[in-house]
Design a protein around this ligand. Sequence first.
Ligand SMILES: [Cu+2]
Length: 189
Amino acid sequence: MSIFANLKTSTNFIFYQAWYVILVILSGCSNESIDTVIVDSSDPKTEQSDTEQGKPGPSSASCSFDIIVGDNLRFNVNEIVVKKTCADVSINLKHEGKLAAKMMGHNWVLTKASDVTEIAAEGISAGLVNNYLNTEDNRILAWTKIIGGGEETSISFSAERLVAGEDYTFFCSFPGHSYGMRGTLNIES
Ligand SMILES: [Cu+2]
């Protein structure tokens, strides 16, 4: 009995590993191929902006944002506009998928657009236990922990370091995700 159980577990493990490799490969391809694998979105704004490669539209200007992720490589928003009067910015990240954090974990990380590549690369070696981030790196302006399916997390950070006109990018630092899971953060002009 336990032999079968072990066999099943290891088969599942291999399956997930193979799947992960496929996801990483896919996320390295163009945005177009990512969009073809992604199917679901409950955000009604998505339909309006489907002409733009099926990507979701921007959120309206606010100080607090609800961001939804799932068992795929996308955020439900690709642009966040922060009201210029915000003292703090709140991010509520919700994972509506089913896969565990080690398989399909997501977080929300904010840096200048020019820092994304290096921060994401550094994050890979930091490992899941450190939320795939070297949080000592002060180029990271804000970050949440990595969450898995059914989990949610919130952060609040001072808007003081955000400068109007600068290019900011939010992304997921889970290995391989930052290519597809990214969006822009702008300060309301
Ligand atoms: Cu992710």
